[in-house]
Write a protein that binds this ligand. Structure first.
Ligand SMILES: [Zn+2]
Length: 314
C-alpha cells in the first residue's frame, strides 16, 4: 500500500511544446496590437500539474490575445519529466527549488534550475502581469498568494476568486519568481499573482487553475470571456478575505509534534492556543483569530522546514 495521495487526472504529454516557441517550452503569442504583456507560467514546481494542464489546453487552442502579448511557459519541465508515481513528491525539482533562485540569477548558473531560470528570466522581465500556477502538498482550499504589495491584493480582489487571498513576503530561503524585478518594486505597476490551486493531483485543482486563469486573462484585458473555453469560469465565492502573514514557524530540529490535526486556513479563535511542541517547547498562537496558512503540521518534517505560517485577518 502506498501512502501517496491519489492522482485524479492524466498528466499531459508536453514534449510537443519543446520546439517552435521563443525558447524551449516557452511560447509567445503577439496580437500585433498595443496592450499589456501577460505571462501565464506553469510547472515552477515540476509535480504541480494543474497549471500545466491549463497552459497545454490554451496552447492547443491556438489562442490569440485580443490585444498585447501573451507568454506561456512550462518552467521546470525537466522535473516534470522525471515524475515517478512511486515517489511523486520528488519531481518538485531536480537540483534545487526553481522558485528560490530569483535573487541570484546574476551569478553563474550551477544547477539545472538556475540554468532554466536564466532562460525564463527575460520573459518574466518583459511581462506586465504574471500568473504563476502552483498547487500544494496537502489538501487545502485554494490560496492566492499576492505578495506584500497593495496592488497584488487589489488584482486578486478584482479577479473575485478564490475566496482566500494571502499577503506574504515570500521565503527567507530565496526570492520567488513572483517577487522578481518590477513585480517586487513598490514603485512599479507590474503585478504578479501566485495561485495555489489545491492538492497537486486533485481534479478540483484543475478546476481552480482553469477558473483563475480565465479570470486573470479577462481582467488583464488581453482576452475576452468568449475567447476562453466554455466551463472554465466558475461561480465566484460570496466574498473574499485577505490574510496577512505575520509569522513563519520553522521546526528547529524536525521534532515538531502537533497538538492535533489542523486544516489549511483554519482560524484559531483564542490567542495562546497551543499548536504543538517543537523540542518540547510549546508553539502558541500570538493573537485571536489566527489563521493557519499552509500548515505542514500533520506530517514529519526535516530540521529548519516551515511548519506553518500564521496570518491575521485584515
Ligand atoms: Zn509550488
Amino acid at each position: 500500500m502506498s501512502d501517496n495521495p491519489p492522482i485524479e487526472f492524466a498528466f499531459p504529454e508536453l514534449r510537443r511544446w519543446e520546439a517552435g516557441g521563443a525558447a524551449p517550452y516557452i511560447h509567445v503569442r503577439d496580437s500585433g496590437k498595443a496592450g499589456p504583456i501577460v505571462m501565464v507560467a506553469s510547472l515552477t514546481h515540476g509535480n504541480e500539474v494543474s497549471g500545466a494542464i491549463v497552459v497545454d489546453a490554451l496552447l492547443a487552442r491556438e489562442l490569440k490575445p485580443r490585444r498585447g502579448t501573451l507568454i506561456f511557459s512550462f518552467n521546470n519541465i525537466e522535473a516534470y519529466h522525471s515524475f515517478d508515481a512511486k515517489n511523486p513528491f520528488k519531481s518538485r525539482m531536480i537540483d534545487e527549488d526553481f522558485n528560490r533562485t530569483w535573487g541570484r540569477l546574476d551569478q553563474p548558473a550551477t544547477t539545472l534550475e538556475t540554468r532554466r531560470a536564466q532562460v525564463v528570466k527575460p520573459f518574466v522581465e518583459r511581462a506586465n502581469f504574471l500568473l504563476d500556477l502552483h498547487s500544494m502538498h496537502d489538501d487545502c482550499v485554494p490560496l492566492m498568494l499576492c505578495g506584500p504589495l497593495d496592488r497584488g491584493v487589489a488584482l486578486a480582489q478584482r479577479l473575485g476568486a478564490p475566496a482566500d487571498i494571502v499577503r506574504d513576503r515570500g521565503h527567507a530561503a530565496g526570492k520567488r519568481m513572483r517577487d522578481f524585478g518590477a513585480f517586487g518594486d513598490p514603485k512599479s505597476s507590474s503585478t504578479a499573482l501566485l495561485i495555489e490551486t489545491g492538492q497537486h493531483w486533485r481534479a478540483s485543482s484543475v478546476t481552480v487553475a482553469k477558473d483563475v486563469t480565465a479570470r486573470f486573462l479577462v481582467e488583464t484585458g488581453i482576452m475576452e470571456e468568449a475567447d476562453l473555453p466554455a466551463g472554465w469560469k466558475q461561480p465566484a465565492p460570496p466574498r473574499q478575505r485577505v490574510v496577512q502573514v505575520t509569522h513563519a514557524i520553522a521546526t528547529k530540529r524536525g521534532n515538531f509534534v502537533s497538538a492535533r490535526r489542523f486544516e489549511g486556513q483554519e482560524v484559531i479563535a483564542e490567542a495562546g492556543t497551543v499548536l504543538g511542541h517543537d523540542d518540547d517547547e510549546p508553539v502558541t498562537t500570538p493573537y485571536d483569530n489566527c489563521v493557519l496558512v499552509m500548515p505542514s503540521i500533520n506530517r514529519p518534517l526535516r530540521a529548519g522546514v516551515t511548519v506553518v505560517r500564521l496570518g491575521r485577518l485584515t
